[in-house]
Ligand binder design. Sequence first.
Ligand SMILES: C[S@@+](CC[C@H](N)C(=O)[O-])C[C@H]1O[C@@H](n2cnc3c(N)ncnc32)[C@H](O)[C@@H]1O
Length: 220
Amino acid sequence: MIRKLLSYLLPITVFKTKSNWSKSIEITWANGELVLDSENTNYSYGSLQRILRLGLKTIGFRQIRKMNTILVLGVAGGSVIKTLNDEIQFKGKIIGVEIDPEIIKIANSYFQLNQIPNLSLLNTDAFEFVLQANDKYDLIIVDIFQDTKMPSFLFENFFTQRLCALLQEKGCILFNTMVLSEKDNQRNKKYCTEFYQPNFKIKTIPRVEIHNELIVIEKI
Ligand SMILES: C[S@@+](CC[C@H](N)C(=O)[O-])C[C@H]1O[C@@H](n2cnc3c(N)ncnc32)[C@H](O)[C@@H]1O
């Protein structure tokens, strides 16, 4: 494990490729762990895993452990799935939706997602999936990025309404957003102030990593 040790001094890239969806996909040893990065940001493990772990902590590990079904939109290397599996010991069903088949291959070969028995991984567009879904979920994690960009459908009323319709009673949505500019900041503010669904409430989690803001929507 010499690369793992050396990576505390300097990141070591062990694999690099690209896909129709991503200009660059890199697997790198950094600070003793294997991370997945896109051209300009960290996609899985590293800071991304810390951000979502904080979101899950805010919802409550104990409460999550009791849930039956969790939907993860945007899987990449699957670090939030590892948190659910390894740290929370979540035994219910996890459905993962990822648009990029190349990333799914990497998730399986470098991060062994195919060894998680309660995970079904679907290669499809999250928007299409949500449009057609009928099943209900206790928790929906929305973590969709194209490099540093967030597709605009994520902030559209229609998509939010569909997500809310897919929640079980007392279920919640954990929405990871990137805030790189004042424009992004305003976009998030508008999203939260204009959010209205009867029997739902919305809040943001104070930021730990400067460029990310987590939004939580709860069905009450
Ligand atoms: C930040 S990564 C997800 C990280 C992951 N949740 C984790 O815990 O490691 C964002 C992912 O969203 C995927 N993505 C982008 N647009 C998508 C879409 N429309 N539908 C599904 N996945 C999408 C990207 O290919 C990328 O793998």
